[in-house]
Write a protein that binds this ligand. Structure first.
Ligand SMILES: O=C(O)[C@H](O)[C@@H](O)[C@H](O)[C@H](O)COP(=O)(O)O
Length: 223
């Protein structure tokens, strides 16, 4: 795991966006399409703003969330709505969105068709992850009902999980899909998350799910 510390958040978001774009550009020199997988939540908005303006053959990029809360796009908690509002516009409007949500009461109702779409976009070329102070990443929450299976090498690509801390049901990429990414960045801010990721390095994955990607991740941190 490597750790990059920035003096402030703005600098981090610009530097990280630049790095993501150049990794995608390099991949597109040798392959027809590339996949960018990104988190929802409150941290990545500014990265999306910068990325959406960068020069890149976006028409050959598939964009996919790490995970989604099981809510419609009209909800302020919808990660898909965040993606549409902040990333899939400007130059990046040409990218293809791989959906992780479809209207239905429960994620299990649409899991098969959503998984098929995800499979068509694998492996992940550039994976950007957030992390909660409880050391969850994507929707791999400590204490989630199916966490053990979601961390295993034999998990399906996509699973529906429920956890008390998660609020609504979640749909998430599983650990093995995250671990197979070509490039992996974790973006975090603040003292609490810095302490959490340092703690995660010495805990089992079942208690600190983010640990599953630490061997391949570059951690980007700003106060
Ligand atoms: O849908 C989600 O909640 C995310 O994808 C999740 O994994 C997020 O990255 C972390 O919870 C950090 O969230 P914040 O950036 O809001 O702290």
């Amino acid at each position: 795991m490597s750790f990059v510390e920035y003096p402030d958040r703005e600098l981090m978001m610009v530097a990280l966006s630049d790095r993501i774009a150049s990794q995608l550009r390099r991949a597109l020199e040798v392959q027809e399409r590339a996949t960018l997988c990104v988190p929802g939540g409150t941290t990545p908005g500014p990265v999306f703003d910068v990325l959406s303006e960068l020069e890149l053959d976006w028409a050959r990029v598939d964009v996919l969330l790490n995970d989604e809360r099981w809510v419609g796009e009209e909800s302020p908690r919808s990660n898909t709505a965040l993606l549409r509002a902040r990333l899939l516009r400007n130059k990046a409007a040409a990218a293809r969105l791989v959906p992780l949500y479809a209207p239905a009461p429960q994620p299990e109702d649409r899991l098969e068709e959503l998984s098929e779409g995800v499979r068509s976009a694998l492996p992940l070329t550039v994976l950007v992850l957030g992390m909660g102070a409880d050391m969850h990443t994507a929707s791999l929450f400590p204490g989630a009902d199916k966490l053990e299976e979601a961390l295993s090498d034999t998990a399906p690509e996509v699973m529906a999980l429920r956890a008390e801390a998660a609020g609504e049901p979640r749909i998430t990429l599983t650990a093995r899909v995250l671990r197979e990414a070509m490039h992996c960045h974790i973006v975090i801010t603040g003292a609490e998350k810095r302490a959490a990721i340092e703690r995660a390095a010495n805990l089992p994955e079942i208690e600190a799910p983010v640990r599953t990607v630490l061997p391949i991740a570059t951690i980007h941190w700003a106060p």
